[in-house]
Design a protein around this ligand. Structure first.
Ligand SMILES: NC(=O)c1ccc[n+]([C@@H]2O[C@H](COP(=O)([O-])OP(=O)(O)OC[C@H]3O[C@@H](n4cnc5c(N)ncnc54)[C@H](OP(=O)(O)O)[C@@H]3O)[C@@H](O)[C@H]2O)c1
Length: 444
């Protein structure tokens, strides 16, 4: 089964770095015209799922369980916070290896596995420690789905690419913080985006050549606070911010959707994946989240990819490309009336996209600083230590203090980690100051 439009050149790239299809130069990281096939298996594809207990991971497992002829899960990884669920997944999927980042989770995991596996049935191998997901990402398989949250996903991303696996990438942070590192390792077509907007762009881009593309239009639901002014945002609570109108996701990405930092990260992600300049990537607010993004071509045509919001669609693109997985997610019911709206972005109430463009253009370590400072601020907001508007105010300050990152030298993992660590420390200092100030004001 092949869903590519007729007439599109479709070279298979098996790790040689050849690029064809939509590119002039340089090669974009993600290209729907290319098939990177590390081990052109006849039967089911072997898949490793990183972050299996999370929102992306559990939806991926649902898809796999409904498609045993297409996918076979060989390894699962998680932090170690939900060992019962992890053991249940391992048993259900009969995986070879289970990895947990927290070594202290191993006894409980072993016990949970022993309870589920019958006597004489061998338990899966257990990998444990901060590098467990990275080791698992390099094991023998066709596709690694990176559904870990946060920049901690960078090392597994690099390991999967270096090992020559197809990378189904939900963990956008690894691309944001390690863009040049990912670029240096990835073969054309080796990354299939799983973020819904980038999976939408990927599908729309299949309709033309690279030189036909005028701009990318990334849609944003606008989050739970669409239409509010900056002054109104000052009072919102954690509970308000976690109530996303259209998507059910993990807490970090949900808060990032409320601040629109997520959209900012996605603009950088689109730039890195498709090698389109920032001034040709637009953001439009579309509250229904039906259209997941669009590509405008030079002839004035705009191609939109649309489905009801359900991440199993993009996950199926990530795991199955270039094939489509039948019934991966529900389609629209066109017998019912519906309204699809589009609005310009309020850049004053939501400065995150502008700041993201700025750090994306600076390049180097600037996106890593932006992301790390934001992760710290989100944690502070979730624990009641920072007001909602304080997230962007603090991130802006940390980015400003970081200044202009070094250019002209190639970025190393050590550079990224150092910049991240500095940004986290500085963001924590600033959020602690805010906390102290708030406490003093409350006492006065
Ligand atoms: N959810 C969505 O709809 C959606 C859509 C687009 C993109 N994304 C992106 O997909 C990624 C995952 O998001 P999510 O919403 O699925 O997050 P989530 O629900 O919070 O799940 C995160 C997963 O990562 C695991 N994890 C955390 N630290 C780890 C580590 N050090 N090593 C291995 N595993 C670790 C967690 O394990 P424990 O359960 O043990 O903590 C959990 O399985 C993020 O980058 C997000 O931006 C998500």
């Amino acid at each position: 089964m092949d869903t590519r439009p007729e007439g599109c050149p479709v070279p298979t790239v098996g790790g040689s770095g050849h690029n064809g299809g939509m590119t002039d130069s340089p090669a974009p990281l993600a290209d729907p015209h290319l098939v990177f096939d590390p081990a052109a298996a006849d039967g089911a594809r072997d898949v490793v799922i990183l972050g299996s207990t999370g929102s992306i991971g559990t939806q991926a497992i649902d898809l796999v369980l409904r498609n045993p002829d297409r996918f076979r899960v060989t390894g699962l990884s998680a932090a170690g916070g939900r060992v019962e669920l992890l053991a249940e997944q391992a048993h259900r999927l009969r995986v070879r290896t289970v990895a947990v980042a927290r070594e202290d989770a191993v006894p409980a995991l072993r016990e949970a596995l022993t309870t589920r596996y019958g006597a004489g049935e061998p338990l899966p191998e257990i990998l444990a420690g901060p590098d467990a997901a990275t080791h698992l990402a390099a094991t023998d398989c066709h596709t690694v789905l990176n559904g870990i949250t946060g920049s901690i996903g960078l090392a597994p991303t690099l390991a999967a690419l270096a090992a020559g696996r197809t990378l189904a990438l939900a963990n956008k942070e690894s691309l944001i913080v390690g863009g040049p590192l990912v670029r240096a390792l990835a073969k054309p077509g080796q990354i299939i985006p799983v973020d819904s907007e980038h999976a939408a762009l990927f599908q729309a881009l299949a309709a033309g050549t690279r030189s036909d593309v005028r701009k990318l239009v990334v849609t944003a639901s606008g989050g739970p606070f669409r239409g509010r002014t900056k002054a109104q945002l000052a009072e919102v609570t954690v509970e308000d911010a976690l109530a996303h109108p259209t998507w059910a996701m993990g807490p970090v990405i949900t808060i990032n959707s409320a601040t629109l930092v997520n959209k900012g990260l996605e603009v950088i992600e689109a730039h890195l994946l498709y090698d389109i300049p920032f001034d040709r990537i637009e953001v439009v607010v579309h509250p229904q989240s039906y259209v997941h993004s669009m590509v405008e071509f030079t002839d004035g045509s705009t191609l939109a990819q649309a489905t009801p919001p359900d991440m199993r669609g993009p996950i199926a693109i990530g795991l199955g490309w270039p094939e489509r997985v039948p019934d991966a997610a529900p389609a629209f019911d066109w017998s019912k009336a519906s309204t699809w709206e589009f609005f310009p972005l309020d850049t004053e109430a939501f400065p995150a996209v502008g700041l993201a463009r700025h750090v994306g253009q600076l390049g180097g370590t600037a996106p890593a600083v932006f992301n790390a400072a934001n992760e710290e601020c989100v944690a502070a907001f979730l624990s009641g230590g920072l007001p909602f508007n304080g997230i962007l105010e603090t991130v802006t300050r940390v980015v400003g203090e970081h200044g202009t990152p070094r250019t002209g030298t190639s970025l190393t993992v050590a550079d990224v980690l150092e910049a991240e660590s500095w940004a986290r420390t500085r963001a924590r200092e600033l959020t602690d100051q805010t906390k102290t100030q708030q406490a003093a004001e409350a006492r006065a």
